[in-house]
Design a protein around this ligand. Structure first.
Ligand SMILES: [Zn+2]
Length: 79
């Protein structure tokens, strides 16, 4: 089944509340292999996504969903 057939929903940046990425399923997972997915970057602190709106470093956790690599939000932002 094509990835585009799967239900998606929008995940907002936990810092500024603006659109961050389209996630698969209710698990807030972004498909690491989909061409439309945002680029997950890596530094010494782990995986992250750079918010295009507020430039926040949004920590992401690697997960595997039904055999496919993906990422989801690592944590809620700390106050
Ligand atoms: Zn943001």
């Amino acid at each position: 089944m094509a990835a585009s057939m799967l239900p998606t929903h929008d995940v907002d940046c936990p810092y500024c509340g603006k659109f961050l990425y389209s996630a698969l399923s209710l698990e807030n997972v972004v498909d690491a292999e989909a061409p439309t997915s945002p680029k997950i970057e890596t530094d010494t602190g782990g995986n992250y996504l750079r918010c295009p709106h507020c430039r926040a470093r949004v920590a992401m956790t690697f997960v595997e969903v039904r055999g496919r690599p993906g990422f989801r939000l690592a944590d809620s932002p700390k106050p």
